[in-house]
Write a protein that binds this ligand. Structure first.
Ligand code: NOJ
Length: 741
């Protein structure tokens, strides 16, 4: 690399780097040297030749383009060996501008953590940050500079396959998690070799796709956009996210990719975001299908004007921007602005000082074989498991249980536990994943007999395995049944109209229950599934999502009480697909239904409960918690004052455990109507059996504010109801206060 700087200095073309010069000066000194073609080159990102995560464009000239300075970034290129080879090609270009390697490191690199929705269920911001930190440590050691995460789209429709990738339905929880994930990925800041650039996506409102169909249009009020869908993105900016990705959807008729209001006015204007925006895969060209532009030339112009700095895969920039500049349709200052943003990040990452600084094979080897990562994955996985039901304290299982039947199509497969968006790491065999069967074996050793039967497939109507499963169940003291979705049933382009537990899996449960044996059901999925029968009849249910590399061990830890479940749902679980979308923070309407007996002339379905199957914030523990002594420091608050809220929580059961205490507010009268409840704070607290603690929360103006009719962020004087709950529905304590002029 030294040679690079020397040669440039000796060529006296006025570019050399010294640590003293600010990054902006260094960026400008490079920009000055660049031809228009090289500038546009920086705005291009292509897929490597393998492992595509979108429709592939065959292109055998990528290397030559890179040598010509016509490529700024590659995605789906991982591993020190492969990234080094490409970076060497970049070093053959005239200006030797290093390539950026981007990758979907969504829930872990080699060590796979629970899918993001599952992790969100932990409500444990430290654990979530740690998981992102470890993912970044591993990915950066393997040549990756940039992860396309976190996905911070609020999602309220479980039919949408990508619900698995975010933090659920709530803007407050979603914002906290967005912040934690960005911090985790970027660690102590770009420039450290264990930090990767975060990418908040998909800007914006992609999660509100009509009908939950992926890539679909979004039509929403400006208030909904600002109050619900934008806050997690703002939190990502506040956390210092280096990049943003725009989205496939149109928002109120304007494709997000060509949406100037979103990218220039809000993100780069109002929020002063100084990173760069990448398009989604091919989304610039897709504006033609949207019917918003005529051809690729117009698509490129629209996207660059709107503020999309880098074109992922569509090649619209490559093939059209120069002409746009020539035609005076694209001012060069727009191109310069985009290129500056991209180069700035390359400097911040230290790539101009050493383009191979992320290509250290020894570091890669050490980072990808770190037992501390495995231990963390096990802990985070256990924290993500939600105990939905536990009749007669069937769980935790006694360690003296003699014979256990472990039944179901998800008991033995390993890879299913990885979930969607795992990374295929070169040279790594997916067998390092601990299957559910192995986890149970590890736990019980020789102390119990484990019996296995598959019972049925995930899909299809084949019942031929039922008989064996029933036989096995009859021989056991307790049955554990592992059912759910396949890992590729939730994810990108995996929207479903039917979100019931697929196939005959619930029929198998019926048969097993008929044996009279106690049955614990594990539900593996990437989204809230509908499982009426199971919810009603199974005595114990654990929602195990897709938990990653350590799934088996974590599940066994929870089954036997070595970890007491503490997770709470980050999204409402509907009773049937007809209830979708259902979310806790809805408006009251003029004819609210009070309960299921009060539905006449009310806003409710005649044929369904008004309640979800399991509400936002719900999740049980092996112990019980009692809330008391709710106190407010005052009951009248002036706008710049604060109210301190304190509440005592006591572990009243027999096990040590953690609870998530949730604080909700309701603004009783607003100039625009306000939700019946809004989460405004929470605390995850760990208590030994019998122990109690007093928690303190602070209510300030920010927590009382909303967007009024002219969309100003205001807190209006009046009455507020304060609720402290163990879920959105399980409100244990209430009080009121007034905001006064
Ligand atoms: C399309 C997805 O929408 C996006 O989230 C992902 O980062 C890109 N493909 C790259 O794989």
């Amino acid at each position: 690399m030294k040679l690079f700087f020397l040669s440039l200095t000796f060529c006296s073309i006025g570019f050399y780097a010294t640590a003293q010069r600010t990054i902006d000066q260094r960026v400008d000194s490079v920009l000055k040297l660049m031809t228009l073609d090289e500038k546009i080159g920086q705005m291009n990102q292509y897929n490597d030749d393998w492992n595509a995560t979108g429709p592939v464009t065959l292109d055998s000239t990528k290397r030559q383009q890179l040598r010509n300075g016509q490529l700024g970034s590659l995605l789906n290129c991982v591993g020190t060996r492969r990234t080094r080879v490409w970076q060497e090609v970049a070093m053959q270009s005239r200006l030797k501008i290093p390539l950026l390697f981007g990758q979907d490191v969504i829930h872990g690199y080699k060590t796979t953590f629970p899918i993001p929705l599952a992790e969100a269920a932990s409500w444990d911001l430290e654990a979530i940050e740690l998981s992102a930190r470890i993912a970044a440590t591993e990915a950066s050691s393997a040549g990756v500079h940039w992860t396309f995460a976190p996905m911070v789209d609020i999602a309220r429709d479980p039919r949408w396959g990508r619900v698995m990738e975010g933090a659920g339905e709530d803007p407050y929880l979603g914002s906290k998690i967005a912040f934690a994930r960005v911090k985790g990925f970027q660690g102590n800041g770009l420039g450290n070799t264990n930090a990767v650039m975060a990418c908040a996506k998909h800007f914006a409102a992609y999660g509100a796709a009509i009908g939950g169909r992926d890539y679909n249009s979004v039509d929403m009020s400006e208030r909904m956009l600002w109050e619900v869908y934008l806050p997690p993105f703002k939190a990502a900016v506040d956390a210092g996210a280096a990049t943003f990705m725009n989205a496939f959807n149109d928002l109120n008729g304007v494709p997000a990719t060509g949406n100037r209001y979103l990218q220039r006015d809000i993100l780069k204007g109002k929020w002063k975001f100084n990173g760069f925006v990448v398009s989604d895969w091919g989304s610039i060209g897709e504006m033609i299908q949207h019917g918003n532009v005529k051809n690729e030339y117009e698509a490129a112009l629209s996207a660059v004007t709107a503020g999309s700095d880098m074109d992922m895969e569509s090649r619209c920039y490559r093939n059209n921007l120069a002409q746009g500049v020539k035609d005076k349709k694209v001012p060069v200052r727009l191109i310069d602005d985009a290129v500056r943003r991209i180069l700035r990040k390359k400097f911040e990452l230290g790539l101009f000082d050493d383009p191979f600084r992320f290509c250290d094979a020894q570091r890669e080897q050490a980072a990808l074989n770190n037992p501390a990562h495995t231990a963390a994955a096990r802990q985070v996985a256990a924290k993500s498991i939600v105990l939905l039901k536990n009749e007669k304290n069937l769980l935790p299982l006694s360690k003296n249980t003699k014979t256990i039947a472990f039944i179901g199509p998800l008991v033995k497969p390993k890879k299913q536990n990885k979930g969607f968006w795992d990374v295929e790491v070169p040279g790594v065999d997916s067998n390092f994943i601990v299957s559910q069967w192995e986890g149970l074996q590890n736990k019980v050793g020789n102390t119990a007999t484990l019996l296995y039967a598959k019972g049925c497939d995930i899909e299809g109507d084949d019942r031929s395995g039922f008989a064996e499963a029933i036989e096995v169940a009859k021989k056991s003291d307790v049955v554990i049944l592992s059912i759910g979705e396949r890992r590729d049933m939730s994810g990108e382009a995996k929207s479903r109209s039917n979100i019931n537990i697929p196939g005959v899996q619930e029929d198998l449960l019926k048969e097993l229950l008929a044996t009279g044996k106690p049955v614990v059901v594990l539900i593996n999925a990437g989204r809230p599934l509908v499982f009426d029968y199971t919810a009603e009849h199974a005595p114990a249910i654990l929602y195990t999502w897709w938990l990653g590399s350590e799934a088996g061990n974590a599940i066994a830890d929870v089954l036997f009480g070595d970890y007491n479940p503490s997770a709470k749902l980050p999204i409402s679980f509907p009773r049937s697909v007809g209830q979708v979308p259902i979310y806790y923070s809805h408006f009251n309407t003029g004819r609210p239904a009070g309960n299921d007996d009060d539905k006449n002339y009310r806003s409710a379905y005649n044929d369904l409960s008004i309640y979800p199957q399991y509400e936002f914030g719900y999740g049980l523990s092996y112990t019980t918690f009692q809330y008391s002594n709710l106190e407010l420091s005052k009951r009248k608050m002036r706008i710049h004052e604060k109210i301190e809220v304190s509440v005592t929580i006591r572990n009243t059961g027999a096990y040590d455990g953690e609870d998530v205490v949730q604080l909700y507010l309701r603004d009783k009268v607003g100039s625009v109507v306000r939700p019946v409840q809004e989460l405004k704070d929470f605390a995850k607290v760990k208590l030994k059996a019998g122990e109690s603690k007093t928690l303190r929360f602070v209510i300030d103006k920010e927590k009382l504010s909303f967007y009024n009719q002219p969309l100003q962020w205001v807190a209006e004087p009046g009455d507020f109801e304060l609720m402290i709950g163990a879920s959105a529905r399980d409100i244990r304590l209430r009080d009121r206060f007034e905001l006064v002029q």
